[in-house]
Each structure stands twice: as C-alpha cells, then as structure tokens.
Design a protein around this ligand. Structure first.
Ligand code: PLP
Length: 448
C-alpha cells in the first residue's frame, strides 16, 4: 500500500510455510544457509522477483542483494531471458541428446576467457569442480589436491575440509560422512601464505595433482588474493608439474566480464605472455542465467582427456539442457559493457554508503572488495585480513543485528556474515536509494 514501509508487513505466511517445510525437509531447507540459522528470525519464503526486487509470501517487497547467490546478473526475471527460456521450453524440455545451442554457449565462454579452448557443460558448480579435480588427477597421475582454508568449491567429499560458505556460517570444520582416506587426499593451506604453500610442495610436490583456488575468495566474506599471489601460486604448481584450477563459479562473468582472472590479467599482462596461466577454469552461477548450469574449461590437451575422447569419465542426464543453455546464453549475450559499468557503479555506491554508515555509527569494520563483489567484515580489522583465521575473527553478532535491521527496512542481504553481497545491473537509482536509506539505522543497530 502507498506509504507503507517496505518489509514491514507481518511474516506469518513465511512462518507457516517454514513450519510445513520443516516437517518434510531436513531443517525445512534444501541448502543450509537458507534456514537463517546464524541470523535468527523467520526465513522469508520468496514468491516472485522482478529486476532488483523480490517479494515474499506475505507480500513484503525487498531490494535484493542476494541475486540468487550470483546468477541474477541482469536482475530477476529479465524479460529477454524469460522469453528465451519460454521459447526453448516450447520446443521440448530436454532430450539427453546434443542440441545446437551448446556449442554457442561454449563459444561465448571462450570469447570471454580466451585461455579456455574447450568447455564441458554440467549442471552445478559442485560438478564442475569435482570434474576439474578428476581431470587434474587423470592428467598428472597423482593423488593429492591442494586447497586453501576458507575457499568453497561445492560439497563434494574431498572439498569440505575447512571450506567457507555454509560451513563457515555454521562454524563447522568439515562434514561427517567424509572418510579419513578421502580427507587425507586434500592438503589445506592458509590463503595468501606463500611460505606455507612452498612448504607443502617441498614435502609432497611429486604427489600433488593440482591446486584449486577461488579466483578471489568470496565464500568467507570477500578476500582477494594478495598482489602477486596468483602468479606465485601458478609458477610454484607448474614448477612441480602440478595443475592449477581457478574456480570462477562465483566470480566468473561477475567480478568483471572476464571474471576475477580478467582483472588479474589486466593488472599483470605479463601473466599471459609469460605463460603463467591456470590450466582449468570452473564456472557456474551467471553462466546458467539462473537455471542449473555450470561449466569447466581449459586447454584442449587437458580437456580432451574427458570421455569420450579420453580416459577421464564424466556424464550427466541434464548436462547441456536446452532451457538452461538458453538462459545462460541470453544472459551472457546481454552482459555488455554497459551492464558491467552499471554493476561497478552500484557496487561502489552501496559499498561506499555502507562504509560511511558504519563509520558514522562507530562500528568497527572493514569493507572487503574484489571487482564488483564486496562484503563488510565487522570488528577491528585495522590490519588487512589475509586468510580464513582472520575472517573468522568477525563479530558475527553485529552482522545479525545489521541483517535484521536491513530486512526490516526492505533490504534482503545474504543471511550470513561470510558471504559476498550481490548487486545486479537492474539495481536502478531508486533501488540503490532504498538500500542507502536503510544503512544508517542498520549500522546503529550493529553498534549496540
Ligand atoms: N565454487 C564456488 C567458488 C562457489 O561459490 C560455489 C557455490 O557457491 C561452488 C563452487 C559450488 O556451486 P554449486 O552450489 O552450484 O554446486
């Protein structure tokens, strides 16, 4: 209704839906962070989204800064993406056979990340990283994988050691159900710590198949690689005959048009001329335009080890599904310079406003940034954080108060202190104004 404060209606319908879901779905959710465990209160059940807004089951409208955890680069229900999906659907929901548009999407990925020569489409980011790791092992004939503490690469067994995302939110060290043998195949190293990485390679170098790293960490809050770290990591791996998998599931086609690697390669063009380049990339989220689609890609000589050409097996009933491909292809084709300029402008406006509001309210904090991705960390971070141990020092109680105050004023933030905020190109000036207006009161709530 006119004059009504957004987000101010009751949440009784969401509450009832949560109770109903909890009777038949573990915790009432199909992905843990949705349960609002770390922020408390009633998880909002969303019934529609349009541009920068989402609407919950009680009719509350929110400016959305989750964006489906990244995919909604163009905003919710972009008319051209919806039209492409509808058009594809009228021709059949999927065949389990090749469709013409798969190569088109592979070409669109290659155009943006020219180091990628071959692409395989899968359905989730988890599958993309799982397959990339299998490829690294298949290509090198070695067993061990190096990952960084606080980096999240999906929920396959070997990757749940000291992972970010929901594990960080729930403060879990890993997962039950992962065998000690599997866990022992993953060596976890502190992020941005070259000495530690060198030590691991000195000890296990000839048994390490590869390193997997988020291009910029964004699942423990945003934490970019230190200057020169990516270069040193790749050089070290290659000097030991190991491969590098750059995980751009979250950052790909979002941190910049060419992902976070695009930013790094622009800052240090010698990376490419020196041949200091990742061997495999993984993509998800934006590349599927909001539908279940992800991808891995890399040099032909490695990618062609995949079946049916090579001995590394991978398959999927829904891989390359035509509706998901249509959503991804349309999203990438619409994501032009103007879209990335808008994403930058909106990120700057909100990140700056956030910093100002927290400073005015006397809330100790730091704004972490990586391209168009950002997140606040609450607490005394006068020294820049370098790894997971630093990020875990966050005063999460401040985030809880801040989150609830924002929600109350019609802004939907990620319900965790350990996640990036996601803007979209559909965040117009009004949506940004609504966010900025909520920041002051929310900052004061976080000060209490
Ligand atoms: N890799 C990164 C960097 C991610 O952020 C995520 C999900 O957030 C994944 C992998 C797993 O993707 P999915 O949730 O689609 O399995």
């Amino acid at each position: 209704a006119a004059g009504e404060r957004p987000g101010s209606r009751p949440t009784t319908v969401s509450r009832d839906l949560a109770a109903r879901a909890a009777r038949v779905i573990p915790g009432g959710v199909n992905s843990p962070v949705r349960a609002y465990g770390s922020v408390g209160g009633t998880p909002r059940f969303l019934v529609s989204g349009s541009g920068p807004y989402v609407t919950d089951a009680d009719g509350n409208n929110y400016v959305d800064l989750v964006a489906s955890w990244g995919p909604a680069l163009l905003g919710h229900a972009h008319p051209d993406v919806v039209a492409a999906v509808r058009f594809a659907a009228t021709h059949g929901l999927g065949f389990g056979a090749s469709v013409p548009q798969e190569a088109e999407l592979a070409e669109a990925i290659i155009e943006r990340v020219p180091l990628v020569e071959r692409v395989r489409l899968v359905s989730t980011g988890t599958e993309a990283t799982m397959t990339a790791i299998r490829l690294a092992r298949g290509a090198t004939g070695r067993p061990l994988l190096v990952k960084f503490a606080g980096h999240y690469h999906g929920h396959s067994d070997g990757l749940l050691a000291e992972a970010g995302s929901g594990l960080a939110t729930l403060a879990l060290p890993g997962s039950a159900g992962v065998t000690a043998e599997t866990a022992a195949q993953t060596l976890v190293v502190p992020y941005n710590d070259l000495d530690a990485l060198r030590a691991v390679f000195a000890e296990h170098g000839d048994r390490i198949a590869g390193i997997i790293a988020e291009a910029a960490a964004a699942n423990m809050g945003v934490l970019p690689p230190a200057p020169g770290f990516t270069r040193a990591m790749i050089e070290l791996a290659h000097s030991h005959g190991a491969l590098v998998i750059l995980d751009e599931v979250l950052t790909g086609f979002r941190a910049s048009a060419g992902g976070y690697w695009g930013i790094e390669a622009a800052q240090d063009p010698d990376l490419i001329s020196d041949g200091v380049t990742p061997d495999l990339f993984t993509f998800g989220k934006v590349v599927g335009g909001g539908l279940p689609l992800a991808a891995l890609g890399g040099r032909a000589e490695i990618m062609d080890l995949l079946a049916p050409l090579g001995p590394v097996y991978q398959a999927g009933t829904l891989s390359g599904n035509p509706i998901a491909v249509a959503a991804g292809l349309t999203t990438l084709s619409l994501a032009d310079d103007a879209v990335y300029a808008r994403l930058s402008l909106v990120s700057d406006a909100i990140a700056d406003g956030l910093g100002d509001a927290l400073a005015s309210a006397g809330v100790p904090h730091r704004i972490q940034r990586a391209g168009t991705l950002f997140s606040p960390i609450f607490g005394d971070f006068s020294e820049a954080p370098r790894g997971y141990a630093d990020m875990q020092r966050q005063e999460t109680w401040r985030h809880r108060a801040f989150f609830q105050a924002m929600l109350d004023r019609g802004v939907n933030l990620p319900p965790s202190a350990f996640e990036a905020w996601f803007v979209t190109a559909a965040h117009n000036d009004l949506a940004v104004e609504l966010v900025l207006a909520a920041l002051g009161p929310a900052a004061r709530a976080a000060a209490a």
